[in-house]
Write a protein that binds this ligand. Structure first.
Ligand SMILES: Cc1ncc(COP(=O)(O)O)c(C=O)c1O
Length: 482
C-alpha cells in the first residue's frame, strides 16, 4: 500500500480506489433474520442475498471490478473458435507466468476435475500443504488420497508465524519415501491457504518443495487461486524478497511450478479459471478433457466478457496497491476483534477474518458444528453472512464416519474493495456483542445431509431454543434497532 501515515496517529486501512458504482443494501430486523435463517435450514449458503446486509460468505466472483475491467468487457470477441479475447488472455498469462500453454476452464474446480482425471489414479496420493474442499473431493472421486503436510504452526490458531501455509519439508520427503514416488500423483501447493485462514507460504519454502519434487521426479502443481494475497505477504514479510517486484515474484513462483491452475473468481477478479503449463507433454495429456467438459479450447465454458475482464484483472494483480486492499482491511478487523477478546486466527491472513469457533463456543461439541452454529448466530445478530469452515465442511468417509476438522472456523470473507470501513466496524461491533452473549449460543444437528459437499445444501436445526433466546437478548440490549 502507498506509504501514508495519519498525522493524528489513527491506524486504519486506506482505500487506494474510489467507488463509482454502488449496490443498495437492506438490513432486515432481528425477527426477520431469525425467520430467514430457519427458512435457509441454518445454512448460510441457502440464504437469499436480498436478506443479507454484509455478504462475507466468500470472495469468490464477488470482488469489486475496476472501471478498466468493465470497459474491457465491451470489446469481447464472441467467436466460438480462435477469438481475439482468448488470444489476449493467453498472452497475458504467458506474460505473467512465463508459461506457454493455457487450458481454459469455467472455474477452479473444473480445472481440478481435469487435473484429477489426468493424474490421479486409484491408490495414488497427493501431498499438499492443505486441502481445499473441491480439490479433495475431485482427488477422492478419482480414487486418490490427500495427505496434508502443512507445518505445525499452520494449525495453531494464535501465532505470529508469518508463513503458516508452509509445507513441512522433512514430512514431505518422508511421505514420498514411504509411499514410493510412483504413487505420488503430484505435489500440490495452495497459495494463500484457504481452509487454515488464508495463510501464505514463503518463496523459500516453495523452493524447498520444488527441490524435493526434483529429487523424486514428481510434479509440482500450484493452486494459484489466492495467489494475490500470497504475493502481497511475501513482499511484506519475507526479507529476502523485499526488493523483488510483484511481477518478478509471480514469474519465480511459476518457474518453480510444473503446472499452475486457478479460480479466476478469485485471481483476476472475474469469473472463470484455467490451467497453465510450460510442458507440452503435460498440456497434451490434459487438453482433450477441455472440449469434453468445458467447451472449445478458446473459451472453456467461460463468457468472453469475463475473459476480457480477467485479462485486465490479472494485469491489475501485479499492482501492489491493488492486492494490498484485502489484507489491510482484514488486518484491521482481526486486530480490532483480538483487542476486544474475540478469538481469531492470527496473524491476519488473506481472504478474510477467521473466528476460532472452538474458542468462541467452547461449550458446543464439534459434532454439533460450532462454526456452523456461530455462522447462524452472527447472521441473526447482524445480517452478516459468513461461512462455516470446519467439521460441517468435511465429508463422511466410506464407512459413514464423520471426521472432526482440525479447526472450526467461521470465515468472514473480505471481498476486495467492496466494503467501507464503517461497515467493517459494524460487523466488529455485532461480533463483539455476540461474544459477550456466547453462552446463549448452542449447536446444530443435520436434518438433511447430502453425501458430497454437504455444506453447500445440507439443512440443519438448532439443538434447542437457543436462537429464540438470542433474539430476546438482542432486543433487551439493543431495543428496536436493527
Ligand atoms: C484455493 C482454492 N482452490 C480452488 C477453488 C475452487 O475454485 P472455484 O470456486 O472457482 O471452483 C477455490 C475456491 O474458493 C479455492 O479457494
Amino acid at each position: 500500500m502507498a506509504n501514508v501515515k495519519f498525522f493524528f496517529g489513527d491506524d486504519v486501512p486506506l482505500e487506494m480506489h474510489k467507488v463509482r458504482i454502488v449496490q443498495k443494501l437492506s438490513l432486515p430486523n432481528v425477527d426477520e433474520r431469525l425467520t430467514y435463517m430457519r427458512e435457509a435450514g441454518n445454512n448460510t449458503f441457502l440464504l437469499n442475498n436480498r436478506d443479507v446486509f454484509m455478504d462475507m460468505l466468500t470472495d469468490s466472483g464477488v470482488n469489486a471490478m475496476s472501471d478498466q475491467q468493465l470497459a474491457a468487457m465491451m470489446i469481447a470477441d464472441d467467436s466460438y473458435a480462435g477469438s481475439e479475447t482468448f488470444t489476449r488472455l493467453h498472452n497475458k498469462l504467458r506474460e505473467i507466468f512465463g508459461m506457454e500453454y493455457f487450458l481454459p476452464a469455467h472455474q477452479g474446480r473444473a480445472a481440478e476435475n481435469i487435473l484429477s482425471q489426468t493424474f490421479v489414479t486409484p491408490g495414488s496420493v497427493v501431498p499438499m500443504n492443505f486441502h481445499f474442499t473441491t480439490t479433495k473431493s475431485h482427488i477422492v472421486l478419482n480414487g486418490g488420497r490427500v495427505e496434508e503436510i502443512v507445518i505445525p504452526e499452520g494449525l495453531e490458531i494464535e501465532s505470529d508465524y508469518p508463513f503458516k501455509g508452509n509445507t513441512d519439508i522433512p514430512r514431505l520427503r518422508a511421505l514420498i519415501e514411504a509411499e514410493g514416488a510412483d504413487k505420488i500423483a503430484y505435489v500440490r501447493l495452495e497459495a494463500g491457504t484457504n481452509l487454515i485462514g488464508g495463510q501464505p507460504y514463503s518463496l523459500e519454502n516453495m523452493r524447498q518443495v520444488r527441490e524435493v519434487c526434483d529429487q523424486f521426479g514428481v510434479l509440482l502443481v500450484l493452486d494459484a487461486s489466492l495467489l494475490a494475497d500470497n504475493l502481497y505477504f511475501i513482499k511484506e514479510r519475507e526479507a529476502a524478497c523485499k526488493d523483488m517486484t510483484i511481477r518478478e515474484l509471480t514469474l519465480e513462483m511459476a518457474r518453480l511450478s510444473h503446472i499452475i491452475y486457478f479460480s479466476a473468481r478469485k485471481l483476476g477478479c472475474a469469473r472463470g479459471g484455467g490451467i497453465c503449463t510450460d510442458d507440452q507433454a503435460l498440456y497434451m495429456k490434459m487438453r482433450e478433457l477441455v472440449p469434453l467438459y468445458e467447451g472449445f479450447l478458446t473459451y472453456g465454458g467461460m463468457s468472453v466478457r469475463e475473459m476480457e475482464a480477467m485479462t485486465v484483472g490479472l494485469e491489475e494483480t501485479m499492482d501492489e496497491d491493488m492486492i494490498s486492499q484485502g489484507p489491510i482491511f482484514i488486518e484491521y478487523m482481526v486486530n480490532e476483534l483480538k483487542r476486544r477478546g474475540v478469538p481469531v486466527v492470527t496473524p491476519a491472513g488473506g481472504l478474510g477474518c477467521h473466528i476460532n469457533a472452538m474458542g468462541f463456543l467452547p461449550h458446543v461439541p464439534q459434532n454439533q458444528y460450532p462454526a456452523g452454529a456461530l455462522a447462524t448466530a452472527l447472521y441473526i445478530a447482524s445480517g452478516v453472512r459468513g461461512m462455516e469452515r470446519g467439521t460441517l465442511s468435511e465429508q463422511r468417509d466410506e464407512n459413514g464416519v464423520e471426521p472432526l476438522s482440525e479447526m472450526e472456523l467461521l470465515r468472514l470473507a473480505m471481498p476486495r474493495r467492496v466494503f467501507t470501513l464503517s461497515q467493517v466496524k459494524y460487523a466488529i461491533d455485532r461480533i463483539h456483542w455476540l461474544h459477550e452473549n456466547r453462552a446463549i449460543v448452542g449447536g446444530l444437528k443435520f436434518v438433511e445431509e447430502p453425501r458430497i459437499l454437504r455444506f453447500f445444501f445440507g439443512r440443519l436445526d438448532p439443538v434447542s431454543d437457543w436462537q429464540e433466546r438470542l433474539v430476546a437478548k438482542f432486543k433487551a440490549d439493543l431495543g428496536d434497532t436493527l
